[in-house]
Design a protein around this ligand. Structure first.
Ligand SMILES: NC(=O)C1=CN([C@@H]2O[C@H](COP(=O)(O)OP(=O)(O)OC[C@H]3O[C@@H](n4cnc5c(N)ncnc54)[C@H](O)[C@@H]3O)[C@@H](O)[C@H]2O)C=CC1
Ligand SMILES: O=C(O)C1=N[C@H](C(=O)O)C[C@H](O)C1
Length: 272
């Protein structure tokens, strides 16, 4: 008899997909029941364990998400915004917990996720690691304690295959800083400075993105004033931290009321 809830992983061949499959399989607290890839992918029809270069796992990679979600109590999804919107509807149909790690959503795309959360548990976070979620709390606290004499800048670094910027984590940290300051991030965010930008505007929150090599994910929140600087930093060296958080969310979501949740809820670090 297999332990714990059945889990389907989407984007199975991806950097996070493979890490998630290994994490679920090794956990002893859940078991893999499905693996989804995009239509036309070379892994379709293959056993996912063999496709990853290891022993068979008894799960065949499919592009039929509905079929792969049917036996699942949770779907862990680190893919791309358009795919995640489609998966949200299917996860709601299957009444499966939908754990969303995907980043790079536009405001309209985030809105498109809302209806599905009325029928299923949706846990979404731009970063599922314990460390980053703690860092968002610290960022909010420090931003609240300091006035606008301290310029807030968020600098992130990632591998050269990342397609979105600023990172989902940088935006989470920006939201936390804006909340601490009591302002809306959309009104004060400076994204992508280039050319003759003029002096920095007081009260704004700046973002800068570095892309190179195999960097897993690094984030600095800088509070810079005349004569001193505070830097809050998180460095991820192993994608396992994200996968462990995602599995924790999938387990936490079992039996919860439908709704939209984040990792602070899962980790018990939220308001309530
Ligand atoms: N929230 C978090 O803690 C983390 C979030 N991420 C985010 O997760 C996402 C994926 O990251 P990576 O694994 O590095 O990317 P990746 O490019 O290695 O993997 C994405 C996978 O999704 C698959 N995919 C795309 N469209 C699909 C569809 N319609 N159906 C099925 N599969 C589809 C691709 O074929 C690919 O295998 C990104 O948005 C990234 O920013 C990454 C790490 C941590
Ligand atoms: O694409 C990545 O790799 C990562 N994406 C997430 C983000 O956009 O912040 C989380 C992590 O930093 C790795």
């Amino acid at each position: 008899m297999s332990a714990g809830p059945g889990i389907t992983v989407t984007g199975a061949s991806g950097r996070m997909g493979q890490m998630l499959i290994r994490t679920v399989a090794a956990s002893g607290r859940a078991h893999l029941v499905g693996a989804v890839e995009r239509p036309g992918h070379e892994w379709i029809g293959k056993d996912v364990g063999e496709a990853m270069g290891g022993a068979p796992m008894g799960v065949t990679v499919t592009d039929d998400a509905l079929e792969a979600f049917a036996p699942a109590q949770a779907v862990i999804d680190f893919t791309a915004p358009a795919a995640t919107i489609a998966f949200a509807k299917l996860a709601a149909q299957a009444r499966a917990v939908h754990v969303i790690g995907t980043t790079g959503f536009s405001d309209d795309e985030l809105e498109a996720l809302v209806p599905a959360a009325r029928h299923s548990v949706q846990v979404r976070a731009g970063n599922m690691s314990l460390g980053v979620n703690l860092l968002t709390m610290l960022t909010e606290k420090v931003a609240k304690a300091l006035d606008e004499d301290f310029d807030i800048e968020i600098v992130e670094a990632h591998h050269n295959q990342k397609v979105d910027a600023p990172s989902g984590t940088a935006l989470m940290l920006g939201e936390a800083a804006a909340t601490g300051r009591g302002v809306a991030l959309g009104r004060v965010a400076d994204r992508g400075r280039d050319g003759i930008t003029g002096p920095r505007e007081r009260g704004h929150i700046g973002f800068a993105a570095i892309r190179g090599g195999d960097v897993v994910g690094e984030h600095d929140v800088i509070f810079a004033a005349a004569g001193e600087r505070i830097v809050l930093r998180h460095i991820a060296t192993d994608r396992a931290v994200f996968a462990r958080g995602a599995l924790k969310a999938a387990l936490w979501g079992q039996g919860r009321a439908p709704g939209a949740y984040d990792m602070l809820d899962v980790l018990g670090l939220g308001d309530g």
